[in-house]
Design a binder for this molecule. Structure first.
Ligand code: ADP
Length: 170
């Protein structure tokens, strides 16, 4: 069965999926935004495990357990900071989605939720980021046959509308 790709309006920490993705920073230490929410909901053990990982480069991803979250795993990825688009931001953002899917495949994850990576504090324009998210995930699906449910978790009605339009190819 082909996997479902859908956009929902939700707090990602509440989602009952195998893994949620965290839009982290290179230190992998608790920050603001979705990262802060994930650390608060998971409990202090998450930061303890993150400290052992030695950080994460922009465009890469690392996996931890989910502790008190409904999700069994958290995949931490570091999106690029938007600097106008000429600093390789698009390739780095695509790399985040690809690396998350590689880790999902390696860990037999069947359902996965992404936040809108880089579009908060890191300032990536949402329309462009949503196109990269949807295109990159669609291109990589063949490599992740076990993954049957992929959620783009939006944190505002506006972001939800953008993702729904992008998924519909509009
Ligand atoms: P970045 O630094 O990568 O831009 P942010 O956490 O600032 O990361 O924002 C990424 C996206 O996550 C933004 O669209 C923001 O609105 C959204 N977000 C913030 N909190 C949550 C949450 N609890 N669940 C889902 N998305 C969230």
């Amino acid at each position: 069965m082909p996997p479902t790709l859908r956009a929902v309006y939700a707090d990602i920490t509440t989602l009952n999926v195998d893994a949620i993705v965290n839009a982290a920073n290179e230190s992998l230490l608790p920050g603001g935004g979705v990262c802060g929410a994930i650390h608060r909901a998971a409990g202090p053990e998450l930061a303890q495990e993150c400290r052992m990982l030695g950080g994460c480069r922009t465009g890469d991803a690392k996996l931890t357990r989910g502790y008190r979250l409904p999700a069994r795993y958290v995949i931490h990825t570091v999106g690029p900071i938007w600097q106008g688009g000429g600093q390789g931001e698009a390739a780095l953002l695509a790399s985040c989605y690809r690396r998350c899917l590689e880790l999902a495949a390696a860990n037999h994850i069947t359902s996965l939720a992404f936040p809108s990576i880089s579009t908060g504090v890191y300032g990536y324009p949402i329309e462009e980021a949503a196109k990269i998210a949807v295109t990159t995930v669609r291109e990589s699906l063949a490599n992740v046959p076990m993954l049957h449910d992929i959620i783009f978790c939006c944190f505002s009605p506006h972001d939800l509308a953008v993702y729904r339009r992008t998924l519909a190819g509009e």
